[in-house]
Write a protein of this length. Sequence first.
Length: 164
Amino acid sequence: MTAARRRYWLMKSEPDVYSIDDLKRDRKTMWDGVRNYQARNLMRDDMSVGDPVLFYHSNAKPMCIAGLAEVASKSYPDPSAFDRKDKHYDPKSDPENPTWMLVDVKHVATFEAPLTREMLAAEPALADMMLLRRGSRLSVQPVTAAEFKVVQALAKRAAKAAGA
């Protein structure tokens, strides 16, 4: 049996809802509330424990990659879909045949200097990155290994420039 191929991801969160600092404090969290079938399918079918994640602050000033996380569990049913008091409650989701899935993610690192969308867009090696495509709003996205390496190099450069 062959080992699963490592895949790379970007996961978006609004920092006033859940930020990289919250993840650092909590160390690990459920990535709940995803209500997009494509994003759900990526978590359910393609993510593996240990896959690296770029943690992206969306709907923020500045929008940026704020740090690194890691997939910390296999997918499992999202309990928020069954909780009538939760804003992500889905009355059509059946606990016997759940519609919505999630994975746990754990904190790996917070970047000394966040990588803004503008910084990412200025990097030619990231020209095809899904995040930077017009109209790309998916909250869970695949990232190529090459893109992940470029982001890591940019983070080191940005930290050095910030004097960290």
